[in-house]
Design a protein around this ligand. Structure first.
Ligand code: FAD
Length: 344
């Protein structure tokens, strides 16, 4: 966890800006934002979305003021309603610094709100420091190679916090009883949200909130000890494990490149699953790599995976060279079959 926070006295009026999830709850990224704000001192809380005032009552910490927008049209993710809600909540709060979780919903809507407010915005924040009487934000540049520090004089300054960068506190009841102020906002969205269709891969297997990242490498498509390839078994082992463990699924570049060249090897893997230098850099507590060699351009994407394990037939693979905490020199087809049986 990249959590750097120096205590000090800052001059900002802080607002934590959240939205509820589809079930009316607050997600992990929202709770991470709340605990970050609590460590900075006083803050106000604003929530938009379905059951926003119920969510405000369940929010841990002790906000000084609570604002909500909960009308039906704000229940669904939609750029026009989300940006209008964010704009109104920020304007009403009078905040100079807004902390918001980097969910897909806020990542789309908040730049628009910042522009309308004449404010400034920084995204993917992974650290926050109080320096003197001002706040500085840390974020990575150039594909996680350079860490930079950003300070702004514009206001309001919206800082979108990278999920997983700060620790969420366990939910505790609110310390003070503060009346939630519900705001009325009339918008006539031109877009109607009719429902959700899952990705072409058939289901959502990229789960940033999961404790475990499971990575599949190209070895799943290689000839095995019987001289044959076993695509169907590979797909079954991987998908069964993902379903049972509710982990997030990642892939090496070699494997997703194969899939996109029309070979229909493992069609549930897309380039969005690719972890590495030219892929993503997810954050999870644990990672398990299977049939993946552990080459540097891949492993660099594991920078924020705390505990790393790998299964590979080759005792000299990259994982064995200081890149994993534990390497199981074994056949991943057999290991995953056994593991799936244990998960029953
Ligand atoms: C500029 C650049 C950027 C790149 N960016 C990325 C990136 O973002 N992400 C990325 O992943 N790669 C990236 N690469 C490619 C990277 O260098 C490797 O080529 C790639 O990660 C290899 O994928 P792999 O380990 O799945 O496949 P392979 O190298 O083919 O390894 C397959 C492994 O499977 C093992 N295996 C086979 N059968 C079994 C079995 N039954 N049980 C257990 N193990 C088995 C083999 O021992 C082998 O180690 C990049 C390369 C370059 C040059």
């Amino acid at each position: 966890m990249d959590q750097r926070l120096m205590q000090g006295k800052h001059m900002e009026k802080i607002l934590v800006l959240l939205h509820t999830e589809a079930d009316g709850s607050l997600g992990r990224a929202a709770r991470e934002c709340l605990s970050l704000a609590a460590s900075l001192g006083k803050y106000d809380l604003a929530i938009s979305g379905a059951d926003a005032s119920a969510a405000a009552n369940s929010a841990e910490g002790s906000a000084e003021r609570i604002l909500c927008i909960a009308a039906d049209e704000f229940a669904v993710p939609r750029s026009s309603t989300d940006s209008a809600a964010a704009e109104m909540l920020i304007r009403t709060s009078g905040a100079t610094l807004v902390l918001a979780p980097g969910t897909s919903r806020w990542s789309r809507a908040l730049p628009m709100a910042a522009a309308r407010l004449g404010g400034v915005i920084d995204t993917h924040a992974v650290g926050l420091e109080v320096v003197g009487d001002s706040i500085q934000v840390k974020r990575w540049f150039y594909r996680q190679r350079i860490e930079g520090t950003v300070a702004r004089s514009g206001s309001p300054w919206i800082v979108v916090i990278e999920p997983g960068a700060f620790t969420a506190t366990e939910a505790t009841p609110r310390q003070a009883t503060i009346e939630t102020q519900s705001l009325e906002l009339a918008v006539s969205p031109r877009t109607t949200v009719e429902g959700t269709i899952s990705t072409a891969a058939g289901e959502q297997t990229i789960r940033p909130d999961a404790a475990l990242l499971f990575v599949a490498g190209a070895g799943w498509t290689k000839k095995q000890k019987d001289g044959q390839v076993h695509f169907a078994d590979a797909a079954d082992r991987i998908q069964t494990f993902v379903h049972k463990s509710k982990c997030s699924l990642g892939s090496s570049k070699s494997l997703v490149d194969l899939s996109s060249e029309g070979e229909a090897v493992l069609p549930f893997l897309t380039h969005l699953h690719q972890v590495g230098q030219t892929g993503s850099t997810p954050r999870h507590r644990k990672g398990l790599a299977t049939c993946c060699h552990g080459e540097e351009p891949h492993v660099v994407g594991w920078r924020f995976i705390n505990e790393r394990r790998a299964v590979n037939l080759d005792p000299n693979c990259g994982w064995a060279r200081g890149k994993a905490d534990v390497l199981y020199v074994a056949d991943a087809f057999e290991v995953m079959k056994e593991l799936n049986a244990l998960l029953d």
